[in-house]
Design a protein around this ligand. Sequence first.
Ligand SMILES: [Zn+2]
Length: 183
Amino acid sequence: MLTEKQRWLLAGVGGWMVADCLTDPDAGIPRLMASSFGSSNGRLTDDYPEWLESGVSCGRGRIVSPWFWRDESSSDHPHAMIRKAELRRYALSLTTETRDQLREAHRANTREAVYWSTSCQCPRGIEWHAAQTSPLYRDMWHPTEQQVTDHYARARQVQDNLQQLVLEACGFQPVSVGQLSLF
Ligand SMILES: [Zn+2]
């Protein structure tokens, strides 16, 4: 199975992409690899290990930290690395309950993103949109300030909940995913 460092690496990638890998490994892992996702800092809060500050990188059949580590024959060792076959085995080892919870949180995150993807904050009136022939512009809606505020709060909550479940799926106790915003 994955070592503690490998599980922190997975948590450092985090979010819906890891949820995707863990709930639907046959599709999610190839998607993650094809995305070439990377981040220059995988330490999402102080609860994550310091070495994640050197970032994460996905692609070429593995997830690795630091993000710039790319040469398998390099004399330097990466902080942690997970090969896609290891990730798949780990995903299949999770309980059905864990995967179901992750899947639901992943869906909630997607719903929020899809809903908001048709919002528009351009200075033109909503009448302008209605007059367009392309659904790309015609079907957009203009949120009120309150809706924008609510959306950010909701998106944050959904993402925090998702990341909390990712951490749990990685074998870690709840950490302060969303607590920082409270202080
Ligand atoms: Zn608009």
